[in-house]
Design a protein around this ligand. Sequence first.
Ligand code: ADP
Ligand code: ADP
Ligand code: ZN
Length: 213
Amino acid sequence: MKIIMLGAPGAGKGTQAKRIAEKYSIPHISTGDIFRANIKNNTELGQKAKTYMDQGLLVPDELVVDLVVDRLSQEDAKNGYVLDGFPRTIPQAEALDTALSKKSESVDYAVDVEVPDGDIIDRMSGRRSCSQCGASYHVTFNPPKEEGVCDACGAALILREDDKPETVAKRLSVYHEQTQPLIDYYTGKGIIKEVDGTMGMDEVFDAITKILG
Ligand code: ADP
Ligand code: ADP
Ligand code: ZN
C-alpha cells in the first residue's frame, strides 16, 4: 500500500503516519525527519536545507526529489510506504508519478488531514519533538509520561526552531500557495481521501483505517 499524507504543518500527518506504518507494517518516510537528521549530522544536504527550513520556506525540489526516489527504491519499501511531508509541490508530485510509472506503480491513497488554520498555531506552539527519534508530543493533547522526555527513546524533547509562531505563520502561507494545490491534483487522479483532523488522535486514526481497510 502506497500512501501519501497531505495537510497543513501541524495537522497531524506525522502522528497518523506513525500509526499507519505500525498497523500496516510499512515504513514511515518523513522528508522533514530526513532533513533534520542531515542537519544534526551536519551533512552538505543538511546545511543547504537548514537555510530554507529556518525561514519556513520549502527546500528546493531538486534537493528533495532524488532523495525520496532513492529512499523508495530501498528493500523495506517494496511492499509500500507512508510518505509524510512529500510531495509538497506539483513538480514533486509529478516527479513521484514519473518515477513510479517507470516501475508500473502508482500511489494508492492521498490522505488529506484537514485542520483549519486557526487550530494550527495551538498545535504547533504545544508540539514537542524528540531530539533523537523524531517522535512528536503535545504539552496538552499528547503529553509524554515524563515532562520533557521521549517515551519511546528517553531523549530530551525540544521545541523545533521552525515551530515558533513567526515561522509557523510563514509555513502556513507557503502551505496554501504551494502544497494545497496537490489536493486538486490527487482529486483529479481519484485517490484523495479527506479526514477531519480536528477530532482526537484516536478518532482520526479510526477514520483513516476505515478508508485504508
Ligand atoms: P511539518 O511536520 O510541520 O509539516 P516537516 O517536518 O514535514 O514539517 O517539514 C519541515 C520543513 O522541512 C519544511 O518546512 C520544509 O522546509 C522542509 N521540507 C520537508 N519536506 C519537504 C518537501 N517535500 N519539499 C520541500 N521542503 C520540505
Ligand atoms: P504534522 O506532521 O502534520 O506537522 P504532527 O503529527 O507533528 O503534525 O502534530 C502536530 C502537533 O499536534 C503535535 O504536537 C501532535 O502531538 C499534535 N496532534 C496531532 N494530532 C492531533 C489531534 N488529532 N488532536 C490534537 N493534537 C494533535
Ligand atoms: Zn525519542
